[in-house]
Design a protein around this ligand. Structure first.
Ligand code: UD2
Ligand code: MN
Length: 553
């Protein structure tokens, strides 16, 4: 073979090899191998940044966060979670609106949250939410002590989201502690998605959390929904299954309670169900509807009550609330508050936590409870003393909202939404503090013994009494009944466990007297500080006892 032919053949071979090589690169490109390489570089970069981010957590005492921060730092940012929802939720078809009509804005306000916990909340949300729907993340630092946190978080999140079209990231830091209610309203104000989700900063959304909620919201624009909250244990951070047989409610002190729900015939526990309030404060609602309702009441301060007030307002003004068991979000339920409350006013009997909550509750009672607010005051007499000091520049007037939206009176809520509230007092003939000569009967506990004393009626811990209609029992909220012990000398008053059909625990109300049915003796306070039994004297002031609230029979 001549040299030139050999050269030509070699040239052809090189061309063919170069062509094949090019084809190979094209195939690799098509398969996204280079992307994967680039993205694995990015993941490494992200991981390193997240570690650095977490490593810069300032030193804090062990109980600072009220959960196991060390463990949180050592767990993966996004960890596999047990599938807590019912199997049928996976197979169900969710009628999702098109993404262009269901953009979601997530609002997370945090105050002194551990870096790893906050990052887990956010990264889990980003990785378990369909990209097309997650429009924006609004993260508000409520002036936490860790002053560099937000800046570093922004750096990590910008990198994490570098390869995605969504979500838009919005970071805000309050110049002073504004509280979660103000911050969530602020988040809602700057949001631009169709829906709002309010989330705590120590949550983990579980797989498929969004679709079941959107499926319900798309059917009814005036509906607001909550997932079932799966408890995350604060010490072990174990992710447990939430109870689907509970709905949200509250008592007359305006404290949140989980209430048992009764399944209708053929109703399956995993179906969405109506609830008097949200599952705590984690809720999703159309942004437009939220603003039509004027958002969270801006007069409420720092923490507490905002989701109860939104729930009452929503139901009374044409909306509905559902809890959706196919959607699961984990939340760390802490035993104690992990933060202090700013001082409210110089009330020596109330600490600022109690004062803030009581003031918020009083605002809700005054705004929505109509004549039933007297029940609230009967259960919480200390609220009467709390000054409201409503900020005049806050444009929020429940009376205007009621007129604007033609809202029902509170009685409607009791009849149609939360009959449990009526049950709480339907069997009582009187309740609240029990007053004699300007002071109130109080159960004091000293050295594991209970004493009956009199104290100021505005004392926050003053005993609340219930006079039961059917049994005549006079009980405390701790289920202790006032009874009589028959000693040799004379019958003595004592507190005992309430028992059914206990004649010794039966009291009769004649005028303002409380007469013991068995002995016919009356409650008496002759020395102005000691409760005794003595012969009834119709006009004796020391035998005249007034309850905070008498129920009409
Ligand atoms: C419950 C609700 C919460 C809210 C609150 C009452 C659940 C799961 N959570 O909170 O959504 O309704 O009751 O208001 O039901 N925070 C601030 N600024 C503050 C105080 C708190 O941003 O001044 C943040 C905090 O970091 C957390 C969120 O607000 O992300 C809720 O506070 P929490 O988790 O301490 O209280 P929790 O779970 O009892
Ligand atoms: Mn929380």
């Amino acid at each position: 073979m001549s040299g030139s032919l050999r050269r030509r053949l070699r040239c052809c071979l090189v061309c063919i090899l170069a062509f094949l090589g090019l084809q190979f690169v094209v195939v690799l490109l098509r398969l996204g191998v280079f992307d994967e390489f680039a993205s694995s570089q990015l993941i490494l970069q992200q991981q390193q940044l997240s570690w650095q981010f977490i490593a810069h957590t300032p030193d804090q005492p062990d109980d600072f966060f009220q959960y196991n921060r060390q463990l949180s730092d050592n767990l993966p940012a996004v960890r596999a979670l047990p599938a807590t929802r019912h199997d049928s939720c996976n197979a169900r078809h969710y009628a999702l609106p098109h993404a262009s009509a269901a953009q979601l804005s997530v609002v997370i306000s945090f105050y002194n949250e551990a870096r790893s916990m906050l990052l887990r909340t956010i990264l889990t949300l980003v990785s378990r939410t369909p990209e097309d729907y997650l429009h924006e993340l609004i993260i508000i630092d409520d002036c936490s002590g860790d002053v560099t946190l937000l800046e570093s978080l922004e750096r990590v999140m910008t990198l994490v989201c570098a390869t995605r079209r969504r979500p838009t990231l919005i970071f805000r830091r309050n110049l002073r502690r504004m509280g979660l209610i103000w911050s969530r309203n602020e988040g809602a104000r700057v949001a631009s998605g169709h829906y709002l989700l309010f989330l705590d900063s120590h949550c983990e959304v579980n797989n498929g959390w969004l679709e079941p909620l959107l499926d319900r919201l798309a059917l009814n624009s005036m509906l607001a929904v909550s997932p079932v909250l799966d408890p995350i244990e604060p010490e072990t951070l174990s992710y447990l299954a939430g109870n689907v047989l509970l709905k949200g409610g509250f008592d007359w002190s305006l404290h949140f309670h989980w209430l048992p729900r009764v399944l209708a015939v053929e109703e399956l526990p995993e179906w969405p169900y109506s609830s008097p309030t949200f599952a705590g404060g984690i809720l999703m609602i159309s942004r437009e509807w939220f603003h039509q309702l004027h958002g969270f009441n801006p007069h409420l301060e720092i923490w507490g009550g905002e989701s109860i007030e939104l729930a009452i307002k929503l139901w009374l003004c044409g909306g509905q609330i559902e809890i959706v068991p196919c959607s699961r979000i984990g939340h760390i339920f802490r035993v104690r508050h992990a933060f202090e409350f700013p001082p409210q006013f110089d009330e020596d009997q109330l600490d600022s936590t109690q004062a803030t909550y009581l003031r918020n509750s009083k605002i809700i009672a005054e705004s929505w409870l109509d004549e039933y607010k007297y029940l609230f005051y009967a259960f919480k007499p200390a609220a009467k003393q709390i000054p409201l000091n409503l900020h005049p520049v806050q444009p929020y007037d429940p009376a205007l909202i009621k007129a604007e939206r033609q809202c029902h009176p509170f009685d409607w809520y009791m009849r149609h939404v939360s009959p449990e509230l009526r049950l709480q007092h339907s069997n009582l003939s009187a309740l609240g503090t029990l007053r004699n000569a300007g002071r109130c009967l109080y159960v004091a506990e000293t050295k594991a013994r209970l004493h009956l004393q009199f104290t100021s009626c505005h004392h926050l811990g003053v005993t609340q009494w219930h006079l039961h209609h059917d049994t005549g029992q006079l009980s405390t909220t701790q289920q202790l009944c006032l009874g009589v012990e028959f000693t040799v000398e004379q019958p003595q008053l004592r507190l005992e466990t309430c028992r059914n059909c206990q004649a010794g625990q039966h009291w009769l109300r004649t005028d303002t007297h409380l007469q013991h049915a068995q002995t016919h003796l009356c409650l008496d306070n002759p020395l102005e500080d000691q409760l005794v039994l003595s012969a009834c004297r119709p006009h004796a002031v020391s035998q005249s006892f007034q309850f905070a609230l008498e129920m009409q029979s």
